[in-house]
Design a binder for this molecule. Structure first.
Ligand SMILES: Nc1ncnc2c1ncn2[C@@H]1O[C@H](COP(=O)(O)OP(=O)(O)OP(=O)(O)O)[C@@H](O)[C@H]1O
Length: 631
């Protein structure tokens, strides 16, 4: 199957580095210069970087040591200029005579050492993998290096973490580990710097991976200003966080937000947050260490937004036959060992459907763990899903990560956007599904898992299989039952759904009813963003209407423009000559049975009218409906 290798990925960066090396006057035959520092200078260097060294050594390495322990590899930490501060691990892969390269105080800058992971990561400002033959100096071609920059909250380079090895480890995996380690160091440094005086808000897209190193982290001072944020927080909340009030980024009052903080070292409770861009996130908040033991004065313990009560099937189905069919089929297999694959455009409610399914299943007392495969960087998917084993480095207090699959033990695992799962993780997932056990990275122990698997995709997964982008064997493993959730524009129960969303989102005191004219508009709209878009539009309309009844002019302009464009298209289409066989005939439709269902829905389940529509006998319609499972 086609897969981009890490080499392809970095070809341009390596070529640019080689060009720099030539400009520095290096040749492939040049001997690397070891610019050793004498002992007093090495001591000074370590003192200058004491916090970075301590954080890496005590708080980060223990998590990863086991993963690297089975290979001949060396972890190195350098300062921002590429000067080695310390190294840990197995030196056996080093060629005789090259030990000096790995000594503390040696510089790995490209100028002296040619293309190499640390020097090139510094020069190009990104994580990089350098294969044996990609090293500019022939003398360095005995090793493979993976390095990732460590940045402070102002995005200044403070150091580089590197794993050099004999290439025994799977390389995409090593790069992922190094990136994860550098993120861990960044997070620990940030917590160390700001944790005493500031609230630390951890954010992620689902509550189950808030403990991931890959979560967003924001330091908020007691006045509500964001004083520091990691890179991931920028992706989740948008850039330009620093020095802004947190309330400008989240749809939550400051008192409400800070009221949810928990002190001490225990696990803090997760709560839901809505960003100003209407994105749903989950967070947990830790009090400033200095305040952690003061009595809790929670004046307002209300959740920051409407509690995200999982919706039940009764809340999501209002008479549309296709939705009803999805529910009936899924419910029948939910308690059996049959994996479900849900197809549907973005925002149709796939996740909501899965949570309702979980609630209705025998596993409702156990967790449903949702993983968005597209939202996790590809090299980290494996560690997030399968976990990693704790290191034996500094003792018992250090925990590994159990991984999301084990968190779903006895419950349900929901793999959203499964089509985005990288090839190496697909192979491991297949093994887990076949063997029903998970082996965390760096571990030899397998843990049995009992999960019901539900996956979802908003792109045709079969096409990905045909293109070689998704494993065929995995596809058949995960698609025991295929379910197609219809887009909003095709649902016959749109009006009822709109009313439901209105009732969920209107504030007390706002009119309880929607005018028919507004319902008509909502019914005709193409809804490219489906229910997610409906919620956004409804919230805007309610906010603008305030205490009044929602009117047309309360609806967002871009929403109305889409509607106008649709009407123009329709008018053009209606005035064009009709083909001899109109698409109404389900014999010529690309998906005849679906068309039948749509028309049947439009006629509120009236067989005679549906039959008349197509020019068929009622018996034929009955027969076809039976094929669709409609009674
Ligand atoms: N029946 C419903 N009633 C009310 N809100 C709903 C319903 N279905 C979905 N939603 C809301 O619509 C939004 C999108 O739903 P969801 O995340 O389940 O869609 P999705 O198909 O999984 O989207 P994506 O493919 O982008 O991940 C969410 O805010 C969800 O709470």
């Amino acid at each position: 199957m086609k897969q981009q290798t890490t080499s392809d990925e970095f070809a341009e960066v390596i070529a640019a580095s080689w060009a720099r090396c030539q400009a520095f006057g290096l040749t492939h035959a040049s001997r690397p210069e070891y610019t050793h520092l004498d002992r007093p200078h090495r001591v000074l260097l370590r003192e200058q970087h004491q916090v970075l060294l301590e954080t890496t050594e005590c708080e980060v390495l223990p998590y990863y040591e086991n993963i690297l322990a089975n290979s001949r590899s060396l972890i190195m930490l350098s300062d921002a200029r590429g000067c080695i501060l310390n190294h840990w691990g197995d030196r056996r892969f080093i060629e005789p005579g090259r030990e000096g390269l790995f000594q503390d105080g040696t510089s790995w800058q490209e100028q002296v050492n040619g293309t190499n992971a640390i020097g090139t990561a510094i020069a190009c400002g990104q994580a990089i993998q350098v294969q044996r033959n990609e090293h500019f100096l022939t003398a360095n071609r005995f090793m493979v290096g993976c390095a990732a920059p460590i940045l402070d909250v102002e995005q200044n380079l403070v150091g580089v973490l590197n794993v050099s090895s004999d290439a025994y480890l799977p390389q995409a995996h090593t790069l992922g580990m190094v990136k994860l380690m550098s993120i861990s160091v960044e997070n620990r440094l940030m917590a160390r710097t700001y944790g005493a005086d500031c609230y630390l808000l951890t954010l992620n897209t689902n509550p189950d991976n808030l403990d991931s190193q890959w979560s967003g982290m924001v330091a908020i001072d007691p006045g509500g200003e964001v004083v520091a944020a990691n890179r991931r927080a920028g992706q989740l909340l948008g850039t330009g966080l620093l020095h802004n009030p947190i309330t400008e980024l989240l749809d939550t009052g400051l008192d409400t937000l800070l009221g949810q903080a928990e002190g001490g070292h225990g696990k803090t409770a997760a709560f839901q947050l809505i960003t100003r861009t209407r994105r749903r996130l989950f967070g947990c908040l830790k009090k400033p260490a200095q305040m952690a033991h003061t009595p809790v004065a929670k004046t307002d313990t209300a959740p920051s937004v409407r509690v995200d009560q999982p919706l039940s099937f009764a809340d999501i189905e209002f008479g549309d036959l296709q939705v009803r069919r999805c529910i009936s089929q899924a419910s029948r297999v939910a308690n059996k060992d049959i994996p479900i694959l849900i197809h549907g455009e973005t925002g149709v409610g796939k996740e909501v459907f899965v949570k309702a399914l979980h609630q209705a299943s025998e596993r409702s007392a156990h967790p449903v763990v949702a993983v968005n495969c597209a939202a996790i960087p590809s090299e980290l998917v494996e560690s997030e899903l399968f976990g990693y084993e704790k290191g034996a480095f500094t003792g018992a207090s250090i925990q590994g990560a159990s991984g999301l699959i084990r968190k779903a033990h006895q419950g349900m695992l929901f793999l959203d956007e499964i089509g985005e799962m990288p090839a190496h993780a697909q192979a491991r997932l297949l093994r887990v599904l076949q063997e029903r056990e998970v082996t965390p990275l760096g571990s030899t122990q397998a843990y049995p898992v009992d999960i019901r698997l539900v996956s979802a995709t908003n792109q045709p997964l079969r096409d990905k299989v045909e293109n070689g982008e998704f494993r065929r064997d995995l596809y058949y493993r995960i698609s025991g039952l295929n379910i197609e959730l219809p887009p909003l524009r095709e649902r016959s129960d749109r009006r009822a759904l709109v009313r439901k969303v209105h009732s969920l989102y209107r504030e007390p005191g706002q009119p309880a009813e929607l005018q028919e004219a507004i319902l008509d508009i909502f019914e005709q709209h193409p809804w490219p963003g489906n229910i997610r878009q409906l919620i956004n539009v409804m919230q805007v309309a309610l906010a603008i209407a305030d205490r009044d009844v929602v009117e047309t002019w309360h609806l967002p302009d871009d929403f109305m423009r889409d509607l106008t464009a649709l009407n123009h298209d329709k008018a053009r289409h209606d005035s064009a000559p009709q083909p001899a066989f109109s698409p109404r005939s389900f014999g010529t439709s690309p998906n005849p049975l679906e068309t039948l269902l749509e028309v049947y829905n439009q006629h509120q389940g009236n067989i005679s009218r549906t039959a008349r529509h197509f020019g068929f006998s009622r018996n034929t319609v009955y027969k076809r409906l039976r094929e669709l499972g409609v009674r």
